[in-house]
Design a binder for this molecule. Structure first.
Ligand code: C5P
Length: 330
């Protein structure tokens, strides 16, 4: 990165939904959920840095004309999909929103030169991706959470995590969880949440697919094919408390599966294949198309990968839970 001022790096994990129940459609166009989120050890890295600041000791108000700029890093993109790099990029939108909320940026599109005709200073965001793009693991949301946390540090905004979570909810349903990480039970759109107890570590095989499955399409398919469900997360919460991978495998649940399977029938076969080769459980990750298989331990996860061989494109072995975004001042 060509930053000539302070820099911050944030390593941010992906999320999985161990349990996802859809209670029904809401008047605001979203769906009412009960879900258990957990962070998993697949990480994107966001670097943010300041370029062209008007010298040390400048007044913070000089940042009011800051511009934001995004670069895509050298990341592996296992899904084969490109991250959006335009104004609809969620990390960029997160930066703009934080900058406006904290008073360090003027409104979007307002990047006048100063009285001397100088370009305004820039904040550069650089994302290196390992989380599959549009895969149901909240890669875009993770980058947005990383931008909120990293720019809060870089700009010295000092907004508390609680305020960052409020801003996060305006960016997407998964973003508030990823600002905090760990294991959480969420309701509403998925943004109202409480941390829940999880003992031990769980091991997974993550089976990604190159063709994305857009989340709104999956919810629309749910509207066509499915009815609101009453299923409760008690068995999942008990398995997490008691460090019981077998019980967790049996309790994995996602009400979006019938909708995703209707759109992409191959996904149901994938789930079955993972169970056939001995996974403790298998479940669609969020709205898919990534499929997750739970293993007894890391060696078991590797044996599942070996058993499926070339059937799986770019399998990932990962563990959960991990924490939230990790911030490092460079
Ligand atoms: O909040 P997010 O941007 O992740 O949501 C993407 C889309 O997924 C929404 O526009 C909506 O169509 C659908 N969605 C939903 N109910 C939720 C979360 C997402 O219908 N609780």
């Amino acid at each position: 990165m060509a930053a000539d001022g302070p820099r911050v790096a944030v390593r941010v994990p992906a999320k999985v939904n161990l349990f996802l129940a859809v209670r029904g459609a809401r008047p605001d166009g979203f769906h009412e959920l009960v879900t258990v989120f957990q962070t998993i050890s697949v990480y994107d890295e966001l670097r943010v840095g300041l370029v062209g600041l008007p010298g040390r000791g400048h007044h913070p108000a000089s940042r009011r004309r800051m511009r934001l700029e995004l670069r895509a890093g050298e990341g592996r993109e296992p899904s084969g999909q490109d991250m959006p790099v335009g104004e609809d990029n969620l990390a960029l939108r997160a930066g703009q929103m934080l900058g406006e909320a904290a008073g360090v940026l003027e409104r979007a599109g307002d990047s006048r030169r100063d009285a001397a005709g100088r370009e305004p200073p820039r904040t550069v965001l650089d994302v290196t991706k390992a989380i599959p793009v549009a895969g149901g693991m909240a890669g875009g949301s993770a980058d947005a959470a990383a931008a909120l946390v990293g720019l809060n540090e870089l700009w010295g905004c000092e907004l508390p995590r609680e305020r960052l979570r409020e801003l996060a909810g305006q960016l997407g349903s998964d973003v508030p969880f990823l600002v905090v990480g760990g294991t959480a039970l969420a309701t509403g759109r998925g943004t109202a949440m409480a941390q829940v107890l999880c003992r031990g570590v769980f091991h997974w095989v993550v089976w990604t697919e190159s063709e994305p499955l857009p989340t709104p399409e999956v919810y629309r398919a749910w509207d066509r094919h499915c009815r609101p469900s009453e299923v409760e997360p008690d068995a999942i919460l008990q398995a997490l408390r008691s460090e019981d991978a077998v019980a967790l495998g049996a309790a994995l649940h996602n009400d979006l599966e019938p909708a995703a399977f209707a759109l992409r029938p191959g996904l149901a076969q994938r789930k079955q294949r993972l169970l056939d080769v001995g996974a403790l459980g298998a479940v669609l990750s969020g709205s898919g198309p990534t499929m997750l298989a739970l293993a007894a331990d890391r060696a078991h996860a590797q044996s599942l990968v070996a058993a499926l061989g070339d059937e799986m494109r770019a399998p990932i072995v990962a563990r959960s839970p991990v924490g939230g975004p990790d911030v490092l001042r460079l």
